[in-house]
Design a protein around this ligand. Structure first.
Ligand code: NAG
Ligand code: NAG
Ligand code: NAG
Ligand code: NAG
Ligand code: NAG
Ligand code: NAG
Length: 546
């Protein structure tokens, strides 16, 4: 199914992946945020018929409507659906059987295949009655801050059950006891769109099954080969051999970060999903500077971490990171102005990771390939559901960005949609208004991981003499590792690097699989670099001097 997906579809899925990832991050460590019903792929084709656009009068009609929250032990929730006039639901908790049902196939080899044992799950019992017609259906989304699942009902006077096999963690159970599971009635035409997400679901599962899904996805869509490395899988780094400006490329292949990076790699053509950079202080202490460090509050910020602490976290990271160290070329290192790099890093310290730029730079080309409002509508739906579940987060995440696009302030999502319509724009058109570099959000100017490093390079003189004519916000991770600024003489790589055994042109310092960075270290910087480069799977071919 995924093979038929096109680049624009990919961007949309990535966008959704980003939303899911970002939304999950505040509340959960190891969540599989999306969970489709296993039966969904078996749906008869004829259910895909009702196109919602045909019947809607206003985009606001296309929003999911919150019909109730069902908590265990409470009075039954009752509501009126679009198809069935009478609906009722109760929730009963099921005891933990130690089954650890993390995914259908989830427990094999997973570090965390066991986390949900003992917590139990729940069964939602629903009754639907008094349909408007014989063929209508109601489509529901059931959500907690830890998961989204969906189901649909067509028959009257039936007892339906919706099973949650296992809570993600104790906090989810606690949330549900207090707030219940939120039930949203969806426009039934949304079904096809929900179905198209099925490929993406397993990518986020923090299990052996989830990891296999990530590897298979990258093999199939990017031609990545995952060859096992020779041992040892983690290098014994000698700090003396590492210098300020040396680059770290990370590739995570499991869990919520893994799934997110997989989609990001696919869209941008990069074979790494995160980056960081080394800095040494005047006392010879080694630090890792990065944008996207997750602090104790669960916010991702720009941070400097002592190397030993950073490495300790990497070794314990359950997203199974593969990490490469790309040392700067000695000539580049010679002109690397360390104090300017430190000044830059200190000036950025504590600022937020660039979610705002990131989301919108990825969907800039999403346009008329899909029948509007289908795709933009799903985005809108997810935004609206999460606004209800995590209001503070949602407003921070996208309301502000959407307001900027309209030139308005402090409108909520409904207000934004109404205003968009009043101006004769579709929600899709609103989403495609490009981000402007000079927009500043309430949490400050934001920078993605690679833009942070390349800005530091710029400050340190790495791009001389093109410093002024290089716009680093145009660079992807792939563009960064293709830059010809890294060590090109394998015999000069440190011995602990283990590069010779794996025949790599850089040091891989962690990971079970060989990292492959195609066209690594090949393009000399030039003026206005990367301001006009297309990037389309599966070849991502890059015209010279674009
Ligand atoms: C479980 O995984 C195995 C191997 O990874 C696969 O062959 C099998 O089809 C999977 N089963 C299900 C139900 O997904
Ligand atoms: C799974 O959980 C049970 C009970 O908490 C524990 O005894 C067992 O060792 C765990 N297994 C693994 C593989 O972690
Ligand atoms: C549905 O469940 C109720 C009890 O909750 C029962 O009385 C009724 O017969 C069931 N209906 C069907 C169609 O099974
Ligand atoms: C370097 O060491 C000196 C003396 O121990 C200390 O005062 C200074 O703060 C250190 N510099 C940094 C950046 O840690
Ligand atoms: C390095 O950068 C600092 C500013 O942090 C500047 O004062 C100094 O002149 C620069 N050194 C060189 C050699 O350019
Ligand atoms: C690579 O480095 C080694 C050791 O410094 C040196 O002997 C050799 O000439 C270099 N090779 C090239 C192609 O520069």
């Amino acid at each position: 199914m995924a093979a038929a997906l096109q680049p624009r579809r990919a961007r949309l899925l990535l966008f959704l992946g980003l939303l899911l990832h970002a939304l999950a991050r505040g509340a959960v460590e190891a969540a599989a945020p999306f969970r489709a019903r296993d039966v969904l792929p078996l749906l008869p084709r004829r259910l895909a018929w009702q196109l919602m656009g045909a019947t809607a009068h206003s985009a606001v009609d296309l929003l999911p409507s919150f019909v109730g929250a069902v908590a265990p032990g409470g009075a039954p929730a009752a509501w009126r659906g679009a198809c069935f006039a009478e609906n009722e639901a109760v929730l009963s908790l099921t005891p933990g059987a130690g089954a650890g049902a993390v995914g259908r196939n989830g427990t094999g080899g997973g570090l965390h295949g066991n986390t949900s044992s003992g917590l139990g799950g729940a069964v939602l019992h629903l009754k639907t009655a008094s349909p408007e017609s014989w063929t209508c259906m109601d489509l529901y989304v059931f959500a907690t801050p830890y998961r989204i699942a969906w189901d649909y009902y067509m028959r009257s006077n039936e007892n339906h059950t919706f099973e949650i096999k296992a809570w993600e963690e104790a906090a989810e159970l606690e949330y549900v006891k207090q707030h219940g599971i939120a039930v949203f009635l969806m426009p039934s035409g949304m079904l096809g769109t929900l179905l198209s997400l099925i490929d993406v679901v397993p990518l986020f599962s923090n299990t052996g099954w989830g990891q296999d899904a990530n590897l298979a996805f990258l093999q199939k869509h990017m031609g990545t080969s995952f060859q096992k490395r020779s041992q040892p899988w983690s290098a014994n780094i000698r700090k003396e051999d590492v210098h300020s400006g040396d680059f770290l490329a990370l590739s995570k292949i499991r869990g919520r970060w893994g799934g997110f990076q997989t989609l990001e790699k696919w869209v941008t053509g990069a074979f790494a999903g995160h980056t960081a950079v080394f800095l040494k202080d005047e006392n010879g202490t080694l630090w890792v500077a990065e944008s996207g460090y997750e602090n104790k509050k669960g916010d991702e910020i720009i941070s400097m971490t002592p190397w030993d602490e950073w490495w300790g976290m990497a070794l314990k990271d359950d997203s199974n990171p593969q990490i490469a160290l790309l040392p700067l070329h000695p000539d580049v290192r010679a002109r690397f102005n360390e104090s300017a790099a430190w000044d830059f890093a200190r000036s950025m310290y504590g600022k937020p990771y660039g979610y705002h730029n990131m989301i919108f730079s990825w969907i800039d080309t999403m346009s008329d390939n899909y029948p509007p409002p289908l795709d933009a509508n799903l985005v809108m739906a997810i935004m609206s559901m999460w606004t209800r579940l995590q209001p503070h987060y949602a407003s921070n995440m996208w309301n502000e960005a959407l307001n900027k696009r309209l030139g308005t302030e402090k409108l909520d999502l409904h207000g934004i949609i109404t205003e968009t319509e009043r101006r004769g724009l579709s929600f899709n058109q609103l989403l495609t208004i490009p981000e402007r570099d000079d927009w500043e959000y309430s949490d400050g100017k934001s920078t993605t991981c690679v833009a942070f490093i390349l800005s530091m390079y710029k400050a340190a003189g790495v791009f001389a003499p093109f410093t002024e004519s290089i716009q680093v916000t145009e660079f992807t991770i792939r563009d960064a590792y293709m830059l010809k600024v890294f060590e090109d003489n394998q015999t000069r790589l440190p011995g602990w690097c283990n590069a010779a055994a794996d025949r790599l042109p850089f040091c891989q310092i962690l990971g079970e699989y060989k990292m492959d960075l195609p066209e690594y270290n090949t393009i000399e910087p030039y003026a206005n670099m990367n301001e006009n480069c297309p990037s389309a799977p599966p070849t991502y071919s890059r015209p010279a001097r674009c």
